[in-house]
Design a protein around this ligand. Structure first.
Ligand code: B1M
Length: 211
């Protein structure tokens, strides 16, 4: 088994204490942090998701796997995010109302930050009114990023866009949406400016949207 397989296996088993030294070892061996992320950490969550669908694991296993994954990404963060330059734009991100999933959202935040954005994170289960209040208090925001992982919380993205529109702020910001169940068709239907399937694409699109 390769080191990246070991990382994936440790995440799947929820072994946070194994993940941290393995990720450190991969970094020490000169493996590209993006490769560690995309070929070690992220695939582990897909395996867990499939096992959950098959009834082989349950919510507690998903939770410990998520914690193990987060420990790995925290270690990678300084390698993925550059800092110190003038921000290329200002963004805000959140997982929409009713939804507690934050790993994908955190990766998107990290990758957008890595492109030179200043980005505030409103966390999970963010109500449409919270996005609106944030925008009212931070008038220089260029980009709003909404993440949803559940088919049942996708409508909260639409509610967020509607609330921003109703507050008269829609023409002041670009809105990007994403998350596993979200599609380009859905993004078009609800009037988002952009949909991207993964964190890398989100970061590139964020730059295009503000340039
Ligand atoms: Co949940 N869960 N979960 N879960 N969970 C899923 C999403 C599920 C697909 C599992 C399954 O059934 N196979 C399923 C959803 C089914 C559906 O709606 N169709 C599901 C379910 C059902 C649930 C509960 C309802 C379970 C229950 O309680 N019975 C419950 C809901 C709780 C709630 O939110 N209200 C629940 C709870 C949880 C945990 C709390 C235990 C845990 C989350 C912990 C955490 O996030 N801190 C959890 C986990 C870990 C998962 C899986 C296994 C992994 C999610 C993940 O982190 N993926 C997931 C199965 C799966 O995804 N295959 C599952 C890795 C991450 C890197 O990918 O988040 O997709 P992802 O992000 C990607 C892209 O989507 C994209 O970029 C990211 C990186 O490339 N992206 C964006 C994300 N946001 C973006 C925004 C953008 C652009 C791109 O622009 C703004």
């Amino acid at each position: 088994m390769s080191l990246l397989d070991d990382i994936s296996s440790a995440v799947q088993r929820g072994k946070k204490k194994e993940v941290t030294p393995l990720v450190q070892q991969a970094l020490d061996e000169g493996i590209d942090p993006v490769e560690i992320l995309n070929e070690g950490l992220v695939p582990a969550m897909s395996v867990i998701g499939d096992k959950f669908s098959a009834g082989e694991v349950f919510v507690p296993e998903m939770l410990v796997a998520a914690r193990a994954m987060s420990a790995g990404t925290e270690l990678l963060k300084p390698y993925l995010v550059e800092s110190g330059n003038e921000p290329v734009g200002k963004a805000v991100i959140g997982t929409v109302q009713g939804d507690m999933h934050d790993i994908g959202k955190n990766l998107v935040r990290m990758m957008i930050e890595s492109k030179g954005f200043e980005i505030d994170d409103l966390g999970v289960d963010v109500a449409p009114e919270t996005f609106v209040s944030y925008l009212q208090e931070h008038e220089d925001t260029d980009l709003v990023c909404c993440s949803a992982l559940l088919t049942t919380t996708m409508p909260s993205i639409e509610a967020t866009i509607d609330a921003i529109e109703e507050a008269g702020l829609r023409d002041k910001v670009k809105i990007m949406v994403g998350g596993a169940p979200v599609t380009q068709d859905y993004a078009d239907k609800i009037g988002a400016d952009a949909y991207t399937p993964d964190a890398g694409a989100a970061a590139n699109r964020a730059l295009e949207l503000v340039s």
